[in-house]
Design a protein around this ligand. Structure first.
Ligand SMILES: [Zn+2]
Length: 112
């Protein structure tokens, strides 16, 4: 996400605190979840991350924060569609993110 659109991402700035509180109240390792979807500062979140985040919101704990987070996904995806700078930022994030995932899952055979 480009700086202009990240600064205009008021839903995220206003609700990230509430999101943290909800995750806290579930006694979950909230940062582990956050880091899985936002491995680097949110301004670098790509389409890939948004789509994973959106599927996480469909089940279990994710459903409890769905009302907060679904607008983030909608906004994030729409900026990637409409803004060339956002698109470039989202492409930039993709490979480092995948590399990290491969390192973390090195105990499995999923190296493709
Ligand atoms: Zn933008």
């Amino acid at each position: 996400m480009c700086e202009v659109h990240f600064n205009a991402f008021t839903d995220f700035h206003n609700n990230i605190g509430e999101f943290g509180e909800k995750m806290n109240s579930e006694s979950l390792p909230k940062h582990a979840h956050l880091l899985a979807f936002f491995p680097i500062p949110p301004s670098k979140v790509g389409k890939h991350n948004w789509l994973h985040f959106r599927s996480w919101l469909e089940y279990g704990i994710g459903q409890k924060v769905r009302d907060i987070c679904l607008p983030w996904v909608t906004y994030g995806l729409s900026t990637i569609r409409r803004c060339a700078d956002c698109r470039q930022a989202s492409v930039y994030v993709r490979n480092p993110y995948n590399d990290v995932v491969i390192v973390i899952s090195s105990d499995s055979e999923l190296t493709e």
